[in-house]
Design a protein around this ligand. Structure first.
Ligand code: CTP
Length: 402
């Protein structure tokens, strides 16, 4: 990050104390950091702390005559390579989504075309509120990048997603954005499957499952951030296409397999899709009607197994094939059996039992299972799981390259 210029916007939240550590880590890596502190942020950290750590003047006021004569708010954002909002409160996300500009931070964010990374931090109910969900979806659609939040104990005494990502996770996200393509997976090709598949019964009905695609999409985004040429093959989902990733949108398991095979050769395959195990043996051409009393019989046939097929692809087999195991009980034991059965190299096992909140949620608790052992990862955002998995893949391939 040598010579990179970051504008760090510190908004109101107890997580602001972690922003002090974030500044230190960024400066250790050679980045120059300037800060904008909101009125809310100033309730948690002082301008003096930020000034001491950045060795720069801290900007707090929108209508400051000295600042406007020295460096106006437009210049403040344009002179940076990246704007980082950490912590990003629910309030500042709402302002960003709706184009409000009533203080220096929101004005800078509106007046810029520089890329923006947000590290949300808020109470779990605020995070889960439909208003915040909608604001975030809008921001992500517009290309705003996000890191976290993580799940865990919160300062307010509650538990859940809403904790700001750790400084190291934010640094990794910043470095991925500032140095795309020069990452550790540059020159590698990756195929990732994500989302559910839909298996038609008739023109209006289909067999599906609760997968949101969040985890698979986060993995594809993380691999691309590390420089891999990434091809995402996704079933139907509302997740936006990740930036910098080639995407094939498919519906059925058979389409997904065909798209994966077309994307070979690849060095890495990660099968995170929740592929429907079965499909209707025949697809009715017209809507099946309620004729008579007995419900119609649904005959099922097995779908192709994409993970097993890629794992046994002979000389087209990716060097590293990673599967997922969605389990509701004996998670690690069942996943170890799956590793052997599918012939893949690693399995990421996750608990999708009722109450785990994995399906559709933003957090995931996983175990990475390899031939030589099991790593239990703490509960993290799906994005952080993606980053950590991409880093583990890069470590592995670095080892096999040397
Ligand atoms: N998978 C696949 N193609 C299928 C079924 C599963 O590629 N037809 C992949 C998934 O993407 C995941 C792994 O296989 O990486 C395990 O999926 P999971 O649903 O947990 O396992 P199943 O194969 O369905 O086994 P079981 O029903 O016994 O749990």
């Amino acid at each position: 990050m040598n010579g990179k210029r970051l504008l760090l916007i510190v908004s109101g939240g107890i997580a602001a104390y972690k922003s002090l550590e974030l500044i230190r880590r960024l400066r250790e890596r050679g980045a120059a950091v300037r800060c904008v502190l909101t009125a809310g942020g100033a309730q948690f950290v002082t301008p003096l702390s930020l000034a001491a750590l950045t060795e720069e003047k801290v900007h707090c006021e929108l209508f400051s005559l000295t600042d406007e004569s020295e460096m106006g708010h437009i210049q403040l954002s344009r002179s940076a390579d990246l704007l980082v909002v950490a912590p990003a409160s629910a309030d500042i996300l709402a302002k960003m989504a709706h184009g409000l500009a009533d203080d220096l931070a929101s004005t800078v964010l509106l007046a810029t075309d520089t890329p923006v990374l947000v590290a949300p931090a808020m109470n779990v109910r605020m995070w889960q509120h439909p208003a915040t969900r909608a604001n975030l979806a809008l921001l992500e659609q517009r290309g705003v990048h996000r890191v976290g939040p993580n799940e865990g104990d919160m300062a307010c005494g509650e538990y859940g997603p809403g904790r700001m990502a750790e400084p190291d996770e934010i640094v990794a996200a910043i470095s991925g954005l500032l140095e795309p393509g020069s990452g550790r997976l540059a020159g590698r090709r990756a195929v990732v499957t994500s989302g559910p598949t839909h298996e038609p019964i008739d023109p209006v009905r289909y067999i599906a499952n609760r997968s949101s695609g969040k985890q698979g999409h986060a993995i594809a985004a993380a691999l691309a951030r590390l420089g891999a040429e990434t091809h995402l093959v996704t079933g139907p989902t509302i997740e936006p296409d990740p930036p910098g990733v080639a995407v094939s949108h498919v519906v059925t398991a058979r389409d997904m397999l065909a798209a994966c095979e077309a994307a070979l050769p690849a060095d890495i395959a990660v099968c995170a899709a929740a592929v429907a195990d079965w499909r209707a043996a025949t697809e009715a051409e017209q809507k099946v009607k309620k004729r008579g009393k007995a419900p119609p019989e649904l005959k099922l046939v097995e779908n192709p197994d994409i993970l097993a097929t890629l794992s046994a692809a002979g000389n087209r087999r990716p060097a590293l094939v990673v599967g997922f195991a969605a389990e509701t009980e004996s998670v690690v034991k069942h996943a170890q059996a799956k590793l052997a059965k599918k012939g893949c190299d690693w399995i990421v096992a996750n608990d999708v039992s009722a109450g785990s909140g994995t399906f559709g949620g933003d957090a995931n608790t996983v175990h990475l299972i390899r031939a030589d052992g099991v790593e239990d990862w703490p509960s993290m955002s799906k994005q952080a799981v993606g980053d950590r998995l991409a880093a583990a893949i890069a470590d592995h391939l670095d080892g096999s390259r040397s």
